[in-house]
Ligand binder design. Structure first.
Ligand SMILES: [Zn+2]
Length: 69
């Protein structure tokens, strides 16, 4: 159980807003979660870069074949 830092109203753990005063509860991200998020971000960037590399390679192969003929 947590409490509103503005009015002290008791809140549910998953509450994102105080129902009494409307104060927005900022979720504190733990360092572990932050690490996990950055890892996921790195993975998504890597997959995007991989996709771009494949497209670039395909274009280069197409150009090479075009020049060959
Ligand atoms: Zn409140």
């Amino acid at each position: 159980m947590k409490y509103c830092e503005k009015c002290g109203n008791q809140l549910l753990d998953e509450a994102v807003m105080c129902p009494k005063c409307g104060h927005t509860i900022v979720k504190i991200i733990s360092p572990q979660e932050q690490k996990q998020n950055s890892k996921q971000l790195t993975l998504s960037i890597l997959s995007i870069l991989g996709g771009i590399a494949i497209i670039v390679a395909a274009i280069l192969i197409a150009i090479a074949q075009y020049n060959y003929y």
